[in-house]
Ligand binder design. Structure first.
Ligand code: ATP
Length: 615
């Protein structure tokens, strides 16, 4: 094929000269959260030496349209020119410098991530198309701008640079130590085991970038002697001590997609490496396709397709871009790098095809307007608007409560911080602040379950004395709240309506700390069953075997309380964040009703997998 192209280079040039481009209607991007761009690099010396002419012709840059030509070896006649065109949001030709690209695409990500957003830039394209050339310069420009101190407020900057070869990950700033890519209970991808370096100034950041570059694994290929055969991920975490929240900036230089001919002269190891990289890029493409279908199906209310972002380490790291339930405010910049040589027309078309696919809206919230029932998906603007309309009288100032946070970030704020921010608005009481926090959490819990059965149950059984026993929801698997749904039960003291699943807080018993293996702040339990139904090897709250007669006697004397009815209970343990609890079903004790203080209503949040107390 290469021979054919070289032999017909003169004819090809003539055909290209006579090419009349068909007009392409300007399609505007459907999303402000993702910018898809393409950079066509110049022909470099080795392309010129190889004798292949250019095949990629950007039209005027404002159109975003690029023509790609190929020479087709017609079996009955002379070769013909086959042309196709692709459109991206922003197009950069061979004359555009990386500094200009930075100004155009990246500069806006800095204040966004500085204020808590997740910004991601990734460059993809075939081997030798200019990804490393582009991303490494952008990293330097980010280091210069970020550390200049022009952005408002105090932040701490941390940097991690890792290398993904297929599904294995290594820390490029720690001698290529292996690390793991994990998802935490908030669904946030963590680079477990990677060392985070605190960055004090531009010089620090530059030297980390240089160190990582020198560790990056490279192997010579036929196409590009310095080809990087792994994905390099530079993560900059921007910590805001005032709000105790982080913004992230990811700069990702993907491994080159490589045609089989490029590795034909290499050994088995090299082929395996290429296969692994191609698999991760193929999962990336599946995720792109899945995301496109998911966005379309959201519009037409069809079933959402599966997006396999957990199938490769790379897409796990990019989860926030592809996960339809992603709750953080994200902005993504894609740079499709294109090698202009006629010898690489196939891969260049492939690169641009995927760039076009990515130009659909990725943010569900922007597509269908703000989802008024899902605070986890709200941007800062949507959150502010909701606060101003729903925070009661006096209205809580949205700017004081959530100056920069998204809905998800505000939900994760510890209750004490949430309340102290509310109290900054003159006239707001602690009760109003607490009730308002409950309100947004209630909305979030409802949104996790479609707002259907739960909303009905909660709405009816909240303040009102009436609880609706919706068919299929009363006592069914749809229950997410510990609230008593029995309409006859309300009004009775909790001791008289104890039932399995009820949650109670415990009185601080003077004896309890010496015999209690639970952490001091565990003061809530879930009722499982009456103590008679418990096996005899369960210890009761004072530490005795529950059904041993002599122990019961001793226990009664020791505590001196009149014995009440006793129940087998499971412990609720404090979770990682304030007001969040985990149920430890295997940590059980028998507890006398006299040690119980009051009923507590808790709700389960499937998103965080914690229980939260409702006020
Ligand atoms: N815009 C550009 N201007 C001038 N030279 C460029 C440009 N882009 C890339 N190059 C040159 O092209 C060659 C390949 O670039 P680079 O190494 O960045 O490719 P790559 O896409 O990162 O390849 P790989 O996937 O193998 O890592 C390098 O010699 C680089 O200097």
């Amino acid at each position: 094929m290469d021979r054919f192209l070289l032999d017909n280079a003169a004819l090809y040039r003539t055909l290209v000269k006579g090419f009349k481009p068909t007009p392409v209607p300007r399609s505007t991007s459907t999303s402000s959260d993702i910018i898809v761009s393409a950079r066509v690099r110049p022909l470099i010396d080795e392309d010129v030496e190889a004798g292949f002419p250019s095949a990629v012709f950007p039209r005027s840059l404002g159109t975003g349209v690029v023509d790609i030509h190929d020479l087709y070896n017609h079996p009955r006649g002379r070769p013909i020119l086959k042309s196709s065109n692709y459109q991206v949001d922003r197009l950069f030709d061979s004359q555009t410098t990386t500094e200009e690209i930075y100004e155009n695409l990246v500069v806006d990500l800095l204040p966004f991530t500085w204020n808590g957003g997740i910004g991601t830039l990734f460059a993809y394209g075939q081997t030798g198309s200019g990804k490393t050339f582009t991303v490494s310069r952008i990293e330097q420009l980010v280091a210069e701008s970020l550390m200049k101190g022009n952005l408002e407020g105090e932040r701490r900057i941390y940097m991690t640079i890792i290398d993904l070869g297929g599904n294995s990950a290594y820390d490029l700033l720690n001698e290529r130590e292996p690390i793991s890519i994990l998802e935490d209970s908030f669904g946030v991808t963590q680079l477990a085991g990677a060392v985070e370096h605190i960055v004090k100034d531009e010089h620090d950041m530059m030297s980390l970038i240089m160190r990582a570059a020198s560790f990056r694994r490279t192997a010579p290929t036929f196409k590009n002697d310095a080809s990087s055969r792994s994905h390099a991920i530079c993560r900059i975490r921007i910590y805001n001590p005032v709000t105790d929240s982080d913004g992230y900036l990811y700069l990702i230089d993907l491994a080159g997609s490589e045609a089989a001919r490029d590795v034909a002269v290499h050994g088995a190891d090299r082929m395996r490496e290429t296969r692994e990289i191609n698999i991760s890029l193929s999962v990336l493409k599946d995720c792109i396709r899945g995301k496109v279908q998911s966005d379309r199906s959201a519009k037409s209310r069809q079933k959402k397709p599966h997006i396999p972002f957990r199938s490769s380490a790379l897409t796990k790291v990019l989860k926030h871009v592809f996960d339809p339930n992603s709750s953080r405010s994200c902005k993504t910049v894609v740079i499709a790098c294109v090698n202009p040589s006629l010898a690489d027309t196939g891969p260049s078309k492939n690169t641009l095809r995927y760039a076009e696919l990515l130009r659909v809206q990725t943010s569900a919230s922007n597509k269908t307007g703000p989802d008024l029932k899902a605070p986890m998906l709200w941007t800062n603007a949507q959150l502010k608007s909701w606060i101003s309309k729903n925070s009661g009288t006096p209205s809580i100032s949205p700017t004081l409560l959530a100056p920069t946070e998204s809905g998800a970030q505000l939900l994760h704020l510890p209750s004490a911080d949430f309340e102290s921010r509310c109290l900054k608005t003159p006239g707001v009481s602690i009760a109003q602040a607490g009730a308002f926090r409950s309100k947004i959490w209630q909305l979030h819990v409802d949104s996790q379950h479609g707002g259907s059965s739960l909303t009905k149950i909660v709405a009816k059984s909240g303040d009102s004395t009436e609880a609706e026993t919706t068919p299929g929801s009363f006592g069914s698997l749809n229950r997410w709240s510990s609230r008593d749904l029995n309409p006859n039960a309300t009004g009775l003291p909790f001791q008289e309506r104890i039932r399995p699943g009820m949650v109670v807080s415990l009185k601080q018993h003077p004896e309890s700390t010496s015999i209690d293996s639970q952490p001091e702040n565990t003061k809530m339990v879930v009722i499982l069953c009456p103590s008679e139904a418990a096996p005899s090897d369960v210890k009761d709250r004072p530490g005795d075997m529950t059904n041993s007669k002599s122990n019961k006697q001793a226990d009664m004397e020791e505590i001196g309380d009149p014995r009440g009815k006793r129940f087998l209970c499971a412990m609720l343990m404090p979770g990682l964040t304030a007001d969040a609890y985990e149920l430890n079903i295997w940590s059980q004790a028998v507890i006398d009703v006299n040690m119980m203080e009051k009923e507590v209503i808790i709700e389960y949040d499937a998103g965080t997998r914690y229980y939260y107390v409702c006020l």
